[in-house]
Write a protein that binds this ligand. Structure first.
Ligand code: C5P
Length: 230
């Protein structure tokens, strides 16, 4: 494997203490930390400062989606938190994405666009009245993100081969929905295992419950890390 793929662990807990218990078992040498809506809403910037002090890279996954001015201000506020990656919804449109880009353009922060959630499938496309296949929708959202100057997208790993030739070569692909095995009744409908995700072209794997739900999270992480770095 020639490409270097990073792993970010999704810490989706309801309290600071629960988050600390998991993060204290992980090594910043093997992963970054993804802080999402549940944890950030519960703890606010305190969790960001605590995780940063421990030396982890941080992906603040708040998926901003609002009018351009509000998203720009939210991105400015996020950029003052000393994080590495933030994201917006590509469904917010180009004007909104460009406003977000403006807000972070003088920083080291990578701005990423969420395309369709990995919990969405073709039925969802039909449900909201979008035309075309899920692949067509993800592809046009990815192109919009690239044209708006974003650094990359969040998508399902199997989406990547269909998109790669339409975006810059240094475009970053972040893929949640990583599963070590098939789980019955899983909310992630377009999942992939870590090796397949890397072979599809993923740059960053986001992994939550398969690691955080295990009593020995660092052991599971190391197993995946070693598989990817063999
Ligand atoms: O536990 P699991 O591995 O399913 O966690 C996936 C994480 O990635 C969750 O925090 C979820 O919010 C996030 N995510 C996602 N799909 C996206 C964007 C983010 O599952 N398109």
């Amino acid at each position: 494997m020639t490409r270097k793929t990073d792993i970010f662990i999704a810490i989706d807990t309801k309290s600071l203490d629960d988050a600390k218990k998991i993060i204290n078992q992980l090594s910043s040498y093997n992963c970054g930390i993804k802080i999402g809506k549940e944890l950030f809403t519960a703890c606010g910037p305190e969790i960001v400062h605590w995780v940063k002090k421990k030396g982890f890279k941080i992906f603040l996954d708040l998926k901003f989606h609002d009018i351009p001015n509000t998203v720009m201000k939210a991105c400015e506020a996020a950029s003052r938190l000393n994080i590495d990656i933030i994201n917006v919804h590509t469904l917010g449109g180009k004007e909104m994405m460009m406003a977000a880009k403006n807000a972070v353009s003088n920083t080291q922060i990578k701005l990423i666009g969420v395309t369709l959630l990995t919990s969405h499938n073709q039925d969802f496309i039909k449900e909201i009245g979008l035309k075309g296949s899920i692949n067509d929708c993800v592809k046009s959202l990815a192109i919009s993100a690239a044209e708006s100057g974003l650094d990359g997208i969040v998508c399902a790993a199997p989406d990547i081969p269909n998109i790669r030739k339409y975006v810059p070569s240094n475009f970053i692909f972040i893929t949640p929905g990583i599963r070590l095995e098939k789980i019955r009744g899983d909310d992630q409908k377009r999942a992939a295992n870590p090796i397949d995700a890397v072979n599809f072209g993923s740059d960053i794997l986001v992994i939550g419950r398969p690691i955080t739900g295990n009593p020995k999270p660092q052991e599971v992480l190391l197993k995946i890390y070693n598989q990817l770095n063999d």
